[in-house]
Design a protein around this ligand. Structure first.
Ligand SMILES: [Zn+2]
Length: 302
């Protein structure tokens, strides 16, 4: 999971209004990524880690959407369905990257601790992959090191072990929905679940449009986006509608490798380059563009 990144100072924010899409321009692209395999967030009654994963894989398959997973080998250790969840992802021949053995935040580690998190997770990542096409790493909490020393040390370790960094340019706070969904489902609160569904789709739509507008405004062009999601129960419930939403907005689905072949991602693809990885939010903060509001769902079904 990640922390909601709204830690920006109050300033005179620039309003971003994107230009209309150019006729004949290639369709915008999204690479979908799923973190925290095999277990993310609270489960509602009747669901297991395996049923969640089965639903996610089915939705991806139906939409012909590729996706890249990121695994934490220590997650789900006490869950009888976690191994099956990994197997379902693997048998769908979806690739798996390294998300750290225990999802430790880099800022709580030193270089040796970061190396241990990375290396301890490698056997599980290797066995979860059908055909490994290079090593990919996603920082837990998207924390790339709050000091330049730690950041550089971590990047040197990633470079030494042959990793590319999985960037993130789209994230609409999907992880915030897990707890309220489990509460609403436990109470059989249909109105609460409907409110969550509306908030989810609104957040996903706003995030996609914002990413496109930021790309155009800050970079002068549309870039392939990398979307962060998690293997949660509400992600599974909403994935068919989420993928349809992106299609309706004109997006096509590409692999992480395809998306990150864009030059915007150079510093993520090559950890020998200075970090941190490029994100649209960092660029937006530098340009004083207001952050998006967090979905207002935390009080539902309390
Ligand atoms: Zn995570």
């Amino acid at each position: 999971m990640v922390r909601w990144a709204a830690t920006v100072a109050a300033c005179a924010w620039v309003s971003i209004v994107g230009p209309p899409a150019l006729a004949g321009a290639p369709k915008p692209a999204i690479a979908i990524t799923f973190d925290d395999i095999p277990a993310h967030g609270e489960l509602p009654p009747g669901e297991t880690r395996a049923s969640v994963m089965r639903a996610i894989v089915a939705a991806l398959k139906n939409a012909k959407a590729p996706a890249h997973g990121f695994l934490n080998a220590s997650f789900g250790a006490d869950d009888p369905h976690a191994a099956e969840a990994v197997r379902i992802w693997r048998e769908a021949r979806l690739p798996v990257g390294n998300h750290g053995f225990a999802h430790r935040n880099l800022d709580t580690l030193d270089a040796a601790g970061f190396r241990d998190e990375l290396v301890r997770n490698e056997p599980a990542v290797a066995s979860a992959n059908f055909g490994v096409s290079g090593r990919w790493f996603r920082y837990p909490f998207l924390a790339e090191g709050s000091t330049s020393l730690l950041r550089d040390q971590a990047r040197a370790i990633l470079a030494e072990r042959g990793y590319r960094i999985a960037a993130v340019t789209m994230s609409f706070g999907d992880f915030l929905f897990a707890a309220p969904y489990a509460r609403c489902a436990t109470k059989r609160d249909a109105a609460g679940i409907a409110a969550l569904e509306r908030a989810w789709l609104d957040a996903a739509r706003a995030d996609a449009l914002r990413a496109q507008r930021l790309s155009e405004a800050l970079l002068g062009r549309d870039i392939p986006q990398v979307l962060l999601m998690h293997v949660g129960a509400f992600d599974a419930r909403m994935l068919p509608r989420t993928l349809k939403l992106y299609r309706d907005l004109g997006f096509r689905f590409v692999t992480l490798e395809q998306a990150q072949s864009d030059r915007f991602y150079a510093a993520a693809n090559d950890p020998r380059q200075p970090g941190p990885s490029p994100t649209l939010e960092r660029a937006a903060t530098a340009a004083l563009v207001a952050p998006p509001p967090a979905p207002n769902i935390q009080d539902l079904c309390q």
